[in-house]
Structures are given as structure tokens and as C-alpha cells.
Design a protein. Structure first.
Length: 296
């Protein structure tokens, strides 16, 4: 069973105060983009769960129960009481590791969909949502896809109506950033504010006004990410100087996202950004796209 699962970019990420357990209230606009991972789920003897990675950052990823994909398979088997459950998972990575594009969450979402189909569980997306939320705040959106507003920890989703296709160039850094580390830096350097999504962004997405979308991009974690990895400021500036309609650190970083006016414009941005020694690689994608999907 093969499943394709997208990456995400946050067009807005507002960070509010923390609850007693330390989790911040969030207001975010997710968009699923075509840069994605592919998951192969194959039958294995009962009780056998294995995981292997190929591609982007494969050598740095755990393959035991600390990995979200492995946890997703075992959680589905347990909650749905799958008789004789076992699976061999092979994941081909294209989403950057620790890059702020929810690669681990995407693999968890894709694994839920793949194992649901492989084991013929018959669970709907609505059935899978609470399992996804238990695995991580970004996982439910990678099931849903498209463009959506996320509240709470980001797992309470409302789909958004948007117009048009959005072309992105992503500048990948040489090193990753830990999401907890970025939030700790936020707590150290910033004051929690509103979690309201800018009206200008919502209206621009509905109208398909790419220029206005670019101007309305906002990320409260961008400052902390740049503080931890100062070269990101230069990457963002280079993209804007090369004509990007908007530039933003993706999620908790360190991937920088640049909105382009067309596919050709995205290619031009990728060429310009790839010249900077602080950029490991530049990738192009478009959105919105569907969430995790079984491939023919």
C-alpha cells in the first residue's frame, strides 16, 4: 500500500500564552504543499513492526518506537483492535528533517492512512483525527490537507476556501532547529500576543491575490528562529531581493519559504537562493494539495 503525504507551510503562526502544561495557544493558517514523502506499507507477521527510511535526512531518523510513524502504526493497531497486525514501513523522504515543514507529522499521518488501508480497518478520516491529534498537533492537518485555520495547539481545524494555486520556493538550511528549542527562545525573548489570524490574509486567500498573501505572511516564531540561527535573516533578505512576493520562516524553522508569482518565478528564486552558501538546497512546490492519499 503506497501513500503520498504532503508537507505543510504556515502562512500565519501566532503564538499566545502557555497553559499549565507548557503548551502555547496557537492561531495558524496551514497550507499543504506538493513537496511530500511517500510511504510504502507491506504486510508483516503478527506483531512485527519495522521501519526504514530513504532519501532526505534518512540517516538521522530513528526507526524505533520514538518515531512518530512507528507509533502511528501501533496506535492504530491497538485502538482498532486489528487482529494479527504487523507492517513493514518504508518511507522515502523529501520533506526536510527538522525543517519546520512537519515531516515527522506527515509520516505519522501517512502511516495512519496506509495501515488503515492495508489492514482494511475501514476507519474514516474523522475516525483517524483523534488518533492523529494524540500523536502530535500537526498530524491532523496532514490528514486533511488543503488550506486550514488551526487553533488550540494547532489541531482544531477549520478548512478555508481559497482561490488559485500558490507557488513556493523553500530554502533548506544546513542544520535543523528543534521546535522545543525555538519555543524556549520565544519564551525567553518575546511576549505572547494575539492568536487572531490577520483578516488581510484570509481575504487575500479567498480572492487569490498572491501579492496580498505574500504581504500578509506572519510568524511569531521567526524572530526566535533567527536568534538561534542568524544566517536565516540573510536567506530571507536574499529571497526578497530576488523578487519573492513574501518571505517567512516555515513553522519553527529553519526552512525559509518564499512565495512566487508563478512556477517560472519559483524556479528563478530557487536559482538565486541556491547560490548562497547558507542554503543547502532550494526546493519548489505548489499548494494547496490534498492530505495523505493512497496512491493507485
Amino acid at each position: 500500500m503506497r501513500v503520498r503525504v504532503p508537507a505543510k507551510v504556515n502562512l500565519a503562526l501566532r503564538v499566545g500564552g502557555a497553559d499549565p502544561s507548557g503548551y502555547h495557544e496557537l492561531g495558524t493558517v496551514f497550507q499543504a504543499v506538493s513537496l511530500g514523502d511517500e510511504i510504502l506499507a507491506e504486510r508483516a507477521p503478527a506483531g512485527v513492526f519495522s521501519l526504514a527510511f530513504h532519501g532526505e535526512g534518512a540517516g538521522f531518523l530513528p526507526v524505533d518506537d520514538t518515531n512518530l510513524a512507528m507509533r502511528a502504526a501501533k496506535l492504530l493497531a491497538a485502538r482498532c483492535e486489528v487482529t494479527g497486525a504487523g507492517v513493514r514501513l518504508t518511507i522515502r523522504k523529501r520533506i526536510p528533517v527538522a525543517g519546520g515543514m512537519a515531516g515527522g507529522s506527515a509520516d505519522a499521518a501517512g502511516t495512519l492512512v496506509a495501515c488503515n488501508a492495508l489492514w482494511q480497518v475501514g476507519a474514516t478520516r474523522s475516525d483517524l483525527h483523534p488518533l492523529a491529534a494524540e500523536l502530535g498537533a500537526d498530524v491532523p492537518f496532514l490528514l486533511l490537507g488543503g488550506t486550514a485555520i488551526g487553533t488550540g495547539r494547532g489541531d482544531q481545524l477549520t478548512s478555508m476556501m481559497t482561490s488559485g494555486t500558490y507557488h513556493w520556493t523553500f530554502a533548506l538550511a544546513h542544520s535543523g532547529l528543534s521546535t522545543p528549542a525555538v519555543f524556549r527562545e520565544f519564551d525567553r525573548t518575546a511576549t505572547p500576543g494575539t492568536t487572531e489570524i490577520p483578516v488581510e490574509l484570509v481575504e487575500a486567500l479567498r480572492a487569490g491575490d498572491t501579492g496580498a498573501v505574500g504581504a500578509a505572511l506572519v510568524n511569531d516564531l521567526q524572530g526566535p528562529a533567527v536568534s538561534l540561527l542568524p544566517q536565516l535573516a540573510h536567506t530571507l533578505r536574499l529571497g526578497l531581493e530576488a523578487g519573492a512576493l513574501g518571505a517567512i520562516v516555515s513553522g519553527s524553522g529553519p526552512t525559509c519559504a518564499f512565495l512566487a508569482g508563478s512556477s517560472a518565478h519559483a524556479a528563478e528564486l530557487a536559482t538565486a537562493l541556491a547560490r548562497f552558501s547558507g542554503v543547502r538546497a532550494a526546493r519548489r512546490a505548489f499548494g494547496p494539495v490534498a492530505g495523505a492519499q493512497v496512491l493507485p
